[in-house]
Design a protein around this ligand. Structure first.
Ligand code: SF4
Length: 173
């Protein structure tokens, strides 16, 4: 059966969180927003605003109120990150953007720019990636349908997560 994208499409941040932590995805989606207070997120915003030279007209584009593309060029979309610590979720989010654009008739390649490390990764959407994205979108829907958040998972980046106190102080103690 053909995948019905309209039924499954989500915000780019949620897609990213699915790859970071399903609990984080659930908390964020249920209005428990703590990201503004988080240093790493703030740092990321500063990266976008100051560390990368963006030509006028190519700046951040919000599509359907769901995906926010850092830089939209003629043949390429570019995402700017501070470091490559979350490379897999960054890559999947960019692939999701490429997939999303394809659904609305826009074909692009992707580039990940890691500012601190001066590293660049090229990303091309393959059929295999498309299948992976559709499976992830189904997984996101299932996670969001849960009545309670998934359990705390001890992940290497928990201490840097905006929900750290929420997960480890409110619930574990
Ligand atoms: S602190 Fe860890 S378990 Fe809690 S939401 Fe963040 S990444 Fe997930």
């Amino acid at each position: 059966m053909e995948f019905n994208f309209e039924e499954f499409k989500v915000q780019g941040t949620k897609f990213n969180y699915y790859y970071i932590c399903k609990r984080k995805l659930w908390l964020f989606s249920n209005g428990i927003a703590m990201e503004e207070a988080n240093d790493r997120v703030q740092q990321g915003k500063i990266t976008h605003e100051h560390s990368y030279k963006i030509k006028e007209g190519n700046k951040e584009k919000l599509i359907d109120g769901l995906i926010k593309i850092d830089i939209l060029e003629k043949e390429n979309i570019r995402e700017v990150k501070l470091t490559s610590k979350m490379q897999e979720s960054d890559r999947m989010q960019l692939l999701y953007y490429l997939y999303y654009l394809k659904q609305i008739g826009i074909i692009r390649r992707g580039t990940l720019n890691y500012v601190k490390e001066k590293k660049v990764e090229q990303v091309i959407l393959t059929k295999e990636d498309e299948n992976k994205i559709e499976k992830a979108l189904e997984g996101i829907k299932k996670t969001l349908a849960l009545a309670r958040p998934p359990k705390v998972e001890k992940l290497p980046y928990c201490k840097k997560c905006a929900y750290y106190e929420y997960c480890y102080i409110k619930e574990v103690q």
